[in-house]
Design a protein around this ligand. Structure first.
Ligand code: TNX
Length: 525
């Protein structure tokens, strides 16, 4: 078997890169060596060679599309490398044949890759289609000049890379303001560019219900129409949601749907009157307060509602997780709240999925464990650093996974500074450098390392109306979050990151994505 290490493909002399001449790869890889020698020329006539396995073929087609846009003419995908001409070779290999650290977790290794660039070949090797895509993204980012159509050069390079965390995500609130299939596909494209692998969709809240679930068509038909400030609403049909989940899966990204319960439910109460004690539908709500709406566990209509909605959403979702919300329920006694968490967990389990909940569910889940249950299939998402750290740590010690979304670092709906027109301020301002310079292991030091699953940024959309608003808040801070989630702490340096960013901004600009010129960075190229 061709190991990719033959004399022909190995750069002559390779050495680790120093900051100033680093290729603009974000997140920064674990191993980067530049070599002397001729660059690889990316231009018309370049071909993609992908093996016969389905994962390699589908990665090959995506890579050829991206390269085609870069060079300005269609790029062919072929199965055999005849050695002639310039080619990008994507090779699926056994994970043991990748130069990854021994003992690396299998899930992390499957997202890893090796890239070797010589004058004749770009050779990407990985153990999964996703790994191949990650390698191709690295090559694309290392291409100079950045974002200029027609041609490019990839310097001779060797990269060996794998993620630090298995869960690298973004939570997008599509309930306060709706973003539809086209916007979500563009967002998935960006996630892949940053090697993020989770798109968590906050689909329901007081202001709107954004997914049509077959058993309860009134939810989307009625509460799909509303949004904050009376702005236009919208919802995803079951077909659009299916399309999105498969579009994301093809790019190595898991969609996690959130149905927020038992609070944040005014949109459900507005669409389904039988969920209120009076039987009268609630009035629509277009403000931005939180914590006032709730379901009632003792109404005979409530459990069937949970069963129908959670069962449908689980059945519609190919990924392993359903998020049950659980946050900010300010008007309910703990016993009833716990009853809801138990009921929702039981529905998700019966549907064959694992549960994610905001940190507020931690206490209830810990009680379930104390009474003989298990938390091994539960993930708790930590966001509010003002409270709850102890409960989250405790439930992690009895088996729950933890995902970190500390608001002062990765709530990307917080303003950058006092001058940011968009966004909220309840967790303070989140300047770019603050989104970058933090260490996940220090956030909840009592959580066992193997229970710390990763990092998820969040974008709540109370003030976010259009895609341009969305990207102004996301970029460049989402790139910071991605590097925190992917790169080993000893390889992360703010100064290096700040030097790599301007070339990304050029690509964001070329892709039509609005971004914020954070003042900590010299954006001149
Ligand atoms: C808190 S984070 C919320 C959301 C708001 C957000 C605004 C969380 C679980 N709940 O309902 O949109 O703050 O920053």
């Amino acid at each position: 078997m061709d190991t990719g290490e033959s004399a022909r493909t190995r750069p002559e002399t390779s050495r680790p890169v120093d900051g100033a001449q680093a290729p603009a790869i974000v997140p920064w890889p674990q191993v980067v060596e530049v070599a002397d020698g001729e660059p690889f020329h990316l231009g018309p006539g370049v071909r993609v060679v992908a093996g016969p396995q389905p994962g390699a073929v589908s990665a090959g087609v995506l890579v050829a599309n991206v390269l085609g846009r870069l060079v300005g003419s269609p790029v062919a995908v072929v199965q055999e490398d005849d050695g002639a001409g310039a080619a990008v070779v994507l090779e699926l290999v056994d994970v043991a044949d990748l130069p990854l650290p021994p003992g690396l977790d299998a899930g992390l290794a499957s997202s890893g890759y090796q890239v070797v660039v010589t004058a004749q070949r770009v050779h990407v090797r990985a153990a999964s289609g996703t790994g191949l895509l990650h390698g191709a993204v690295t090559v694309q980012q290392a291409t100079l000049p950045a974002g200029v159509a027609g041609t490019g050069e990839v310097p001779p390079l060797r990269v060996v890379d794998w993620p630090r965390f298995a869960w690298r995500g973004l939570c997008l609130d599509v309930a306060r303001h709706f973003f539809g299939l086209d916007d979500l596909e563009r967002l998935v494209d960006l996630l892949l560019q940053l090697k993020l692998n989770v798109l968590h969709l906050h689909l329901t809240d007081d202001q709107g219900w954004r997914l049509d679930v077959p058993s309860r068509p009134a939810l989307a038909a009625v509460s799909g129409r509303t949004a904050v400030d009376g702005d236009p609403g919208g919802h995803l049909s079951a077909e659009q949601y299916a399309h999105l989940t498969s579009y994301a899966a093809t790019r190595g990204i898991t969609v996690i749907p959130e149905i927020d319960l038992p609070g944040h439910v005014n949109a459900a109460l507005h669409a389904v009157g039988e969920l209120t004690p009076s039987g009268e539908p609630a009035r629509e709500y277009t403000g931005i307060d939180v914590g006032f709406s709730r379901l009632h566990l003792d109404l005979p209509t409530t459990r069937p509602f949970l069963h129908d909605v959670l069962g449908d959403v689980a059945a519609m979702t190919p990924g392993p997780y359903v998020h049950i919300g659980g946050d900010e329920v300010l008007t309910m006694e703990p016993a009833e709240y716990r009853g809801f968490v138990e009921a929702a967990v039981a529905e998700i389990r019966a549907a064959g999925k694992r549960v994610v909940g905001w940190q507020e569910v931690a206490g209830a889940v810990a009680e379930m464990v104390a009474e003989g249950g298990s938390a091994d299939d539960v993930v708790v998402q930590y966001w509010d650093e003002r409270e709850g750290a102890e409960e989250v740590t405790r439930v992690a010690r009895v088996g729950a996974g933890v995902v970190l979304s500390p608001a002062t670092r990765v709530y990307l709906d917080m303003k950058y500074d006092a001058g940011t027109p968009l966004g909220l301020e309840w967790a303070g301002h989140v300047p770019l450098r603050q989104a970058y310079e933090w260490e996940p292991a220090d956030v909840l030091p009592g959580v066992p390392p193997d229970r710390l699953l990763g990092v998820e940024a969040a974008l709540w959309t109370e003030t976010v109306r259009a895609a341009s608003d969305l990207y102004t808040l996301l970029l460049p801070r989402l790139a910071a979050a991605a590097e925190v989630a992917w790169t080993a702490p000893e390889r992360r340096r703010w100064e290096d990151f700040a030097q790599r960013l301007p070339r990304h901004a050029a690509q964001w600009g070329a892709a039509g994505l609005r971004w914020f010129a954070a003042p900590e960075v010299d954006w001149s190229l």
